[in-house]
Write a protein that binds this ligand. Structure first.
Ligand code: CU
Ligand code: CU
Length: 286
């Protein structure tokens, strides 16, 4: 049992140890295996293939397991390290300590968006981008997209999603009009901004956070730890509403066989959502 903490409360030493563990996993190649796994599971609902990770009810349990596996890798390097979370409703500017030189470094430079500061700047040599997904060999960001400004989701945006009384709803994809999952994943069918909550944060960071290889930017883990916490908040707000769909979809449903019901084993771990609903055996949030 260990604790995931708000990144803004980490000490200098705690930040340093997290960075060191990340750099170490990068050197051994394990980090890039996680990036590749995420890219392999970046399946959209237009593709007609099973989708465990995105545009799908198992978005939350899949990423919970994915983060947990990554956290195990971090702890194999340094047992004291856990994944902190980034509450982007509070630390919502490029001036936040998250982006300082002693932590994740700042935004990209004009032109090629290359990150020039902090431990993941290409010039420091420790963070080559190896995934086949992108041509650039360096980390890129465009925090807040100054040329076409975008803001991070607000507390009210989050609260609105957490108020949803059901977990998810048919057609169980990016067009689901009700349910916590799509409101928080943020595909916003039909209404207002095209990208909300989770998706909007990826867009606000920009650069490599935009695509299938988004874990190339270490802020991915801090963002998804907060998503995991928001799922817990939804569970606490609606203790009688469970994961949906409970059963595999009826064979006549257009997404039959493509989404994961409560007891359907999810790749690559063969673990069903049912086994990922309760995080408390492994970690807690503070
Ligand atoms: Cu993802
Ligand atoms: Cu994401």
């Amino acid at each position: 049992m260990y604790t995931r903490r708000n990144q803004r409360n980490l000490t200098r030493t705690e930040k340093r140890r997290l960075i060191d563990a990340l750099l170490r996993l990068k050197r051994t190649g394990q980090y890039d295996e996680f990036v590749r796994m995420h890219a392999d599971f970046f399946v959209t609902d237009a593709e007609g293939r099973p989708r465990a990770a995105h545009m799908t009810p198992s978005f939350f349990p899949w990423h919970r397991r994915y983060l947990w596996e990554f956290e195990q890798a971090l702890q194999s390097v340094d047992p004291a390290v856990t994944i902190p979370y980034w509450d982007w409703t509070t630390d919502n500017t490029p001036g936040a300590s998250l982006w300082a030189d002693d932590f994740l470094g700042g935004t990209g430079r004009a032109g090629d968006r290359r990150v020039m500061t902090g431990p993941f700047a290409h010039g420091n040599g420790g963070w080559p981008i190896n995934s086949r997904i992108t041509d650039a060999g360096y980390l890129t960001r465009n925090l807040g997209r100054p040329a076409d400004p975008i803001s991070l989701p607000t507390k009210e945006d989050v609260a609105r999603a957490v108020r949803a009384p059901v977990y998810d709803a048919s057609p169980w994809d990016s067009t689901s009009r009700s349910g916590f999952r799509n409101a928080m994943e943020g595909w916003n069918p039909g209404g207002g901004e095209r990208f909300g909550n989770h998706n909007r944060v990826h867009r606000w960071v920009g650069g490599l956070m935009l695509g299938a290889a988004s874990p190339n930017d270490p802020v991915f883990w801090l963002h998804h730890a907060f998503m995991d916490l928001l799922w817990i908040r939804w569970q606490r707000a609606h203790p009688k509403a469970g994961y949906l769909p409970r059963e595999p979809l009826h064979p006549a449903h257009p997404h039959a066989g493509l989404v994961f019901g409560l007891r359907d084993p999810m790749p690559p771990w063969d673990v069903p959502p049912a086994e990922l609903l309760d995080h408390r055996r492994h970690y807690r949030y503070q």
